[in-house]
Each structure stands twice: as structure tokens, then as C-alpha cells.
Design a binder for this molecule. Structure first.
Ligand code: HMG
Ligand code: MG
Length: 299
């Protein structure tokens, strides 16, 4: 990847919407995905095939994955926790999935009801079936800069889990600051440590913005050579199993920063901002993107 290009992974339709309590129609989700693709996003995490008892908002993953208008060159992925999730994803025609575990035992238990070791064991079966079906697999590691239940998480814990996922065949490892507690110095240490076992170009950052550190933490990651960043349109979201965690850094704000810094994204900021206002209106929420609000005022 060229030095000046940054890949954005838009997680709004999944991470952004999973925490909404009022059930959103499948058509609204599908329209959002289409608008994001139209704005130039080439990597969209569109749904998750998790237990509907655990996350009711994602119960219509199959309809969503069958409903969008596939745009050439865009990857539409889905989160999968276990083999059943993958089987359902395959039924729905999914071609890229993401598996997810954590650097902290306590969070893993709360989120997917098993230990980190058990989650990795589940992934062995997932990787085998995915490889058989030529489905690409991305790997998430949550709580890399702190856990809502156990507090501190060591760099060694993060790199152990991350490198295991990478060795299992995940093509990219996304490092999740699930509750947004990290600061820039910690991000730098994190990246320096992870890149000992995983090439920089295969690492991504996934920062929730709960403490307002998202942009500066992304800047710190970029300065360490990271070129893949997860974001959520209008800053939607939060994890249902991490109380108080807000959404990922708003895609609009990150794209504004990247363009200002001279990075290419192939994203049309005007269309992106329009998509952000549209979904905020649909959800009757205040738009969580400062860039979105500022650009709207200037119109
Ligand atoms: P469990 O209750 O231990 O599952 O949940 P189980 O295997 O014992 O099965 C219980 C029932 O669930 C069975 O049904 C299964 O068939 C069903 P029954 O026989 O009782 O009728 N079941 C499923 N149904 C649909 N889809 C499935 C599935 N699996 C089992 N895939 C499980 C374990 C992992 C399923 C559950 O804990 C779960 O779904 N957790 C997901 C939680 C979640 O989605 N969290 C948010 C996403 S992670 C996140 O946001 C963090 C991230 O953004 C990075 C960051 O920010 O850090 C990625
Ligand atoms: Mg997340």
C-alpha cells in the first residue's frame, strides 16, 4: 500500500447500530450501507451473525446481507462469533467475515461467554471452513488499552492474542480500544509491540471515542506507520457488553483529518457527511461528527 493512502474500514452498520435499543428496519440498514458505498467506502462491516438473544439489533443480518446493492470493488463483511455464525453467514452469501476475541479474560467472558483460549479454539473450526469456502477472515482483539471489568491489560496479553489470530490466518488484525481509555503514548507502545510479530500493513486500529482521544490516537497510530483505521459514520455505536463505551471515532472527522494531512482515501467527504446526517435523522440522534455538524452549518 502506498504511504499516502489510508484504508478506512467503516463499521457503522455493525458496531454503530448494534447498541441501538429501538429496532431499526432492515431497509434503513440497507440504505445506510448503500449510501456509504456511494460515498466511496470500500470496506464496510455490514452486520453480525451473533446470537439474536445477545444482540437483538443484529437479528436481521441475513436480510441485510442479501439486501444491499453490491458495488464493484467494495467488500461487505460480517462479524461471526462461532461456527453457527459462519454457517449462517455462508447461507447469506457473505464473502468476508471478522472473528473477535479479547486481550482480557473478563471482557471475553462477558462478550462471547467463553475464555480467550476457548474463543481461539472456536476460531480453528471457523478458519478451516472459511478457507474451504475462500472467505477472507479479519481478526479483532478487544480491550487492547484497558478493560471495563479488569482494568489494566498488559502489552504481552495483547500481542499474544493478536499474533495467535494472525498465525491462524486472519489477514488483518484490528486492535480495539473498546472503551476508548487509551492515550497517544500508550497507542505508540502498543503498535511498537504488536509490530514485532505482525507486519504493520496487516495491523489496523479500532478506537472508540468515549474519552475524546480517538483522533489524536489515530494520529499517533499513523505516525507509527499504521495505514488501516476503523471508523463509524457519525460516531454511532458502542459495545453492548462494555457499559458507557461510545461509538468509534466518526468517519467524517477521520476523513477530514486524513485529507488535511495529505492522505488519500478515495472517499467523497460531502457524500459521507450527507450519509451521516441521513442516518442521524433516521435514528433521531444528534450527529456525533463535528465535521458533519460544521459542514452542515456552512451550507
Ligand atoms: P452462548 O449462549 O454461550 O451460545 O452464546 P451457545 O453456543 O451455548 O448457544 C445458545 C443458543 O444460542 C443456541 O440456541 C444456539 O443455537 C444459539 P438454542 O439451542 O438455545 O435455541 N446460537 C446462535 N444463534 C445465532 N447465531 C449464532 C449463535 N450461536 C449460538 N452465531 C455467543 C455465545 C458467542 C453466541 C454469544 O455470546 C454472542 O452472540 N455474543 C456476541 C456478543 C456481541 O455481538 N458483542 C458485540 C460485538 S463485539 C464488539 O463490539 C467489539 C469490537 O467492535 C471490537 C472492539 O471495539 O473492541 C469487535
Ligand atoms: Mg468496536
Amino acid at each position: 500500500m502506498s504511504k499516502q493512502k489510508v484504508k478506512i474500514v467503516e463499521v457503522g452498520p455493525r458496531d454503530g447500530l448494534q447498541n441501538e435499543t429501538a429496532i431499526i428496519s432492515s431497509q434503513t440498514k440497507i440504505d445506510l450501507i448503500n449510501r456509504l458505498a456511494d460515498a466511496g467506502l470500500a470496506h464496510i462491516e455490514a452486520a453480525s451473525f451473533v446470537s439474536p438473544r445477545w444482540v437483538p439489533q443484529m437479528a436481521d443480518a441475513e436480510q441485510v446481507m442479501r439486501g444491499y446493492t453490491a458495488k464493484a470493488g467494495v467488500s461487505y463483511s460480517a462479524l461471526v462469533p462461532n461456527l453457527k455464525g459462519l454457517e449462517n453467514a455462508i447461507e447469506a452469501g457473505v464473502q468476508e467475515i471478522a472473528v473477535f476475541t479479547a486481550a482480557s479474560e473478563a471482557f471475553c467472558q462477558k462478550n462471547i461467554n467463553c475464555s480467550v483460549a476457548q474463543s481461539l479454539k472456536r476460531f480453528t473450526d471457523i478458519m478451516a471452513l472459511a478457507s474451504d469456502r475462500q472467505i477472507k477472515v479479519r481478526g479483532y482483539v478487544s480491550t487492547v488499552l484497558g478493560c471495563p471489568y479488569q482494568g489494566e491489560v498488559s502489552l504481552a496479553q495483547v500481542s499474544d492474542v493478536s499474533s495467535t489470530l494472525y498465525e491462524m490466518g486472519c489477514y488483518e488484525i484490528s486492535l480495539g480500544d473498546t472503551i476508548g481509555v487509551g492515550t497517544a503514548d500508550k497507542v505508540e507502545q502498543l503498535i511498537r509491540n504488536c509490530q514485532k510479530t505482525i507486519p504493520l500493513e496487516d495491523l489496523a486500529v479500532h478506537f472508540h471515542d468515549s474519552y475524546g482521544q480517538g483522533l489524536v490516537n489515530i494520529y499517533a497510530a499513523l505516525s507509527q506507520g499504521i495505514r488501516t483505521v476503523d471508523t463509524s459514520i457519525s460516531g454511532l455505536g458502542g459495545c453492548p457488553y462494555a457499559n458507557g463505551a461510545t461509538g468509534n471515532v466518526a468517519t467524517e472527522d477521520v476523513v477530514y483529518m486524513l485529507h488535511g494531512l495529505g492522505y488519500e482515501t478515495d472517499i467523497d467527504l460531502n457524500k459521507l457527511v450527507a450519509a451521516g446526517h441521513w442516518i442521524s435523522d433516521q435514528l433521531q440522534r444528534i450527529n456525533g461528527s463535528k465535521t458533519g455538524l460544521a459542514m452542515n452549518k456552512r451550507r
